[in-house]
Design a protein around this ligand. Structure first.
Ligand SMILES: [Zn+2]
Ligand SMILES: [Zn+2]
Length: 133
């Protein structure tokens, strides 16, 4: 029991510190320094339990493996970088999208995902030849 508390604390801290939705593999990489012998299967098991407990929320983008974020975040959206495949939080919301729906349809929720290049990838120049003289 104590060990599982330690695992969950490390996983939560890793997601909190990164400030962005993480893949299980990324959670493992960030949390394994805090918990010796932590493996991917254990990370998955904890992530699932933490989603079931309402502590974490799944971020499911089309064609992407599930990512995890803290459930306490207010309504927000995501940016998927096509350069590095990382997902970032977008705090802003376009607001009321009800007018987009066909007449007579009731909108209950919406998801907005932006695709493009994050600041790191957009500033990265194409690699140059190292031997250029
Ligand atoms: Zn990027
Ligand atoms: Zn929104």
């Amino acid at each position: 029991m104590e060990r599982s508390t330690r695992q969950r604390t490390a996983i939560r801290a890793a997601i909190q510190r990164s400030g962005q939705p993480l893949l299980a593999q990324e959670v493992l990489e960030l949390a394994q320094s805090a918990v010796t012998g932590l493996g991917l299967a254990t990370v998955y098991r904890n992530l699932k339990a933490m989603v079931d407990d309402g502590e974490l929320r799944l971020v499911l983008l089309p064609g992407e493996n599930p990512r995890y974020e803290l459930a306490e975040h207010a309504h927000h959206h995501h940016f998927l970088c096509r350069g590095c495949q990382r997902v970032f939080d977008v705090p802003d919301c376009p607001g009321d999208l009800r007018t987009l729906a066909p007449k007579g349809f009731l909108v209950e929720d919406h998801e907005v995902t932006l695709y493009g290049r994050c600041i790191d990838c957009s500033m990265r120049r194409p690699p140059r030849s190292r031997r250029a003289s």
